[in-house]
Write a protein that binds this ligand. Sequence first.
Ligand SMILES: Cc1cc2nc3c(=O)[nH]c(=O)nc-3n(C[C@H](O)[C@H](O)[C@H](O)COP(=O)(O)O)c2cc1C
Length: 247
Amino acid sequence: MQAGARINGAGLLFHIMARRKKSRDPWKRKIIGTLLAVLVSSFLYGGGMHIKLPEPKLSGGQSIEETLLKRRSVRIFSDAPIDIRDAAQLLWAGQGTTLGGRYRTAPSAGALFPLEIFLVAGNITGLRPGIYRYLPGSHGLEQVLEGDERNGLCEASLGQDPVRLAPAVIVIASAYERNAKKYRGRGIRYADMEAGHSAQNICLQAVSLDLGTVVIGAFDDDRVKKIVKMKTGELPLYVIPVGRPKQ
Ligand SMILES: Cc1cc2nc3c(=O)[nH]c(=O)nc-3n(C[C@H](O)[C@H](O)[C@H](O)COP(=O)(O)O)c2cc1C
């Protein structure tokens, strides 16, 4: 089995319903919280396979100043795979939870969190090629489809080679209706700004992992949406290839 525990939604429901008393043990509470998040996500996103990601590292050896100085767009990648731990770290940087799950690594207007992050896996050690939706609440992945979709995504990105060459591609999308109720038309602007925050987090996290990224905004929205199998109301904003820079 690849990539940690895979959990089935019905089994989870049984497990949770079987519990009567609220546990005082913080670890048990954490596990139950994760299981609940998985269950909710399986209802929200159609009950696909859930993959628990390795926990993110919360400290590193490089200063923020050094990281900012080193960030550069990288468009040529080596053939080397990236590890699932690196992919998990990048996803957490982009939209992972903080403060016990109440907030995210990127700011969000009204804490309404309109962004959705997808991982297009091509050559990731410990994860099968496929398309996955990142689930911040459980720090997991929901499999959207199996198979290497990088070539199609490259064509949809106007033939930009980094999308085909990178071992992984992160796609940031917005579900604008999440903040439209509160902010109406201005919610679009806010969600677009949030995608910038999230993308910058990913770029800086990549530098600290000795990985390279480029943020791509030139692509055919409808084709990217179709390849990634986004839901109605979700719109792709950024396509971000990530890999080891070719020396
Ligand atoms: C909104 C936006 C869209 C971009 N779209 C593309 C793109 O489609 N293809 C690409 O190769 N680079 C794209 N870039 C990256 C820029 O070309 C790059 O940031 C710029 O050349 C400055 O280089 P640097 O990132 O190394 O500082 C985009 C950057 C931004 C902010």
